[in-house]
Design a protein around this ligand. Structure first.
Ligand code: AHN
Ligand code: ZN
Length: 331
C-alpha cells in the first residue's frame, strides 16, 4: 500500500530537480568582466553634409586674399567650436608660384586633445582662383565655386564633427581644414620642375604642425567626395605610403554597405595634401579622391560647372559613413 505513494514521490523529486536546473540556465557562473560591446557607429546625415557644402559655396569662391575667404574661414572656426572641438587657427603667409603672398589659415578642430591615440581627418577649404580647365577659354581667369573641389570634403568633415560631439569616439580625432591647396600653377603656365606649387597649406603644416610633437596613427584626406557618378579607386601615393590604411578604409566601406563605391582599382598617383603629410610629417595618410572613367578627374574639375548642381548627397554619404565606420572602430 505504501509502495505506490513512495514511488510517485520519487518521480516528483526528479521533475523538481530538472526544473531547478532549467531555471538556473544550466550555465556556469558569469565572468566578472563584461564581454566587449559591439561598436555602435552613428548614422551619417548626408543632407547635413550637403547643407554644410552649400553654405561654403554661398560665400562665393574662397580664394586666399579675398573677403569671401576670410568670412568662410571665420565661419568654419565657429562651426567647429559649435560642435565642441578645441579649435586652433594656424595663420601663415605663403608665397604662391607666381609670387603672390597669400594670407593663409589652416583650421584645426581637436576632439579629446589629451589622448595620444589619434586619427587625423583632413580636406582643403580654399577654392581655385581660375577655371583653367573650363572648355570655354573666356573663363580661364575666373575663380570657381569649388562645390566639389574643396567644399565637399569640408562638408563631410563638418558632419563628422557634429557626430563626434553627439557620440564621442574612444580615440582622439583631429579635423584639419588646409588652406592654399588649389593655388597651383595655372594650366597655361609652365609648372617649374621639382617644385610643388600645390598644397601650400599642408606643406607648411607638415613641417610646422599646430603643436609640438604632434602625431597620429594615420590620416585620411577627403578631396572631391561629392561629385555625381564618382567612385573611389586606390590612389598611388596612398598605397605606397599607407597600404594598410587603404585596406582598412576600403574594408570599412564594405562593412557598412558602401563597397560598390570603393573599388580595388588603380587610381593613379595624385599630388594632394596627403603627400606632404606622408613625406614631412611622416604620418601615413591616404587620399579618398573622386575617380571617373576616361579622364580620372571629375568632368567639373577646375571648371565653372563645379557647382552644387553637380553634387550628389549619395556620394557624400558613401564617404561620410565609411569615415564614421573607421573612426568609431578605433580603440
Ligand atoms: C594636381 O592637379 C597636380 N593635383 C590635384 C590636386 C588637387 C587640385 N585637388 C584638387 N584640386
Ligand atoms: Zn583643385
Amino acid at each position: 500500500m505504501s509502495a505506490k505513494p513512495l514511488h510517485r514521490g520519487r518521480g516528483l523529486g526528479w521533475v523538481f530537480l530538472v526544473l531547478l536546473f532549467v531555471a538556473c540556465g544550466g550555465k556556469k557562473p558569469q565572468p566578472v568582466t563584461q564581454p566587449q560591446a559591439p561598436v555602435v557607429v552613428p548614422t551619417f546625415d548626408a543632407d547635413s553634409a550637403y547643407h554644410y557644402t552649400a553654405q561654403q559655396v554661398a560665400f562665393g569662391p574662397r580664394v586666399p586674399n579675398t573677403e569671401a575667404h576670410v568670412s568662410c574661414g571665420d565661419w568654419l572656426e565657429g562651426e567647429l567650436e559649435r560642435f565642441g572641438a578645441q579649435v586652433t587657427a594656424q595663420r601663415v603667409t605663403l608665397r604662391a608660384y607666381d609670387g603672390t603672398i597669400l594670407a593663409a589659415r589652416n583650421i584645426i578642430g581637436s576632439y579629446k586633445p589629451e589622448l595620444k591615440k589619434r586619427v587625423l581627418l583632413c580636406a582643403h577649404w580654399d577654392s581655385r582662383p581660375w577655371a583653367d580647365a573650363d572648355p570655354d577659354p573666356k573663363y580661364h581667369r575666373t575663380p570657381i565655386l569649388g562645390a566639389n573641389d574643396g567644399a565637399s570634403g569640408v562638408g563631410v568633415l563638418l558632419e563628422v564633427a557634429r557626430q563626434l560631439q553627439a557620440q564621442p569616439t574612444q580615440i582622439g580625432v583631429d579635423i584639419i581644414f588646409f588652406d592654399a591647396e588649389d593655388y597651383g600653377t595655372h594650366a597655361e603656365e609652365k609648372e617649374s620642375t621639382g617644385s610643388n606649387t600645390w598644397c601650400l597649406g599642408s606643406q607648411y603644416w607638415a613641417r610646422v604642425p599646430h603643436m609640438a610633437d604632434y602625431n597620429a596613427r594615420y590620416g585620411i584626406l577627403l578631396d572631391m567626395v561629392g561629385g555625381k557618378d564618382a567612385r573611389f579607386h586606390r590612389e598611388g601615393y596612398s598605397d605606397y605610403f599607407a597600404k594598410p590604411i587603404v585596406d582598412k578604409v576600403w574594408a570599412a566601406a564594405q562593412a557598412c554597405g558602401y563597397g560598390q563605391w570603393f573599388l580595388h582599382a588603380d587610381g593613379g598617383v595624385i599630388t594632394d595634401d596627403h603627400l606632404p603629410i606622408n613625406q614631412f610629417a611622416r604620418i601615413p595618410c591616404i587620399d579618398i579622391i573622386g575617380h571617373y572613367p576616361e579622364t580620372g578627374f571629375s568632368p567639373t574639375w577646375h571648371t565653372m560647372d563645379d557647382t552644387m548642381d553637380n553634387i550628389d548627397p549619395a556620394v557624400l554619404r558613401a564617404v561620410g559613413q565609411t569615415v564614421l565606420q573607421v573612426i568609431y572602430s578605433e580603440k
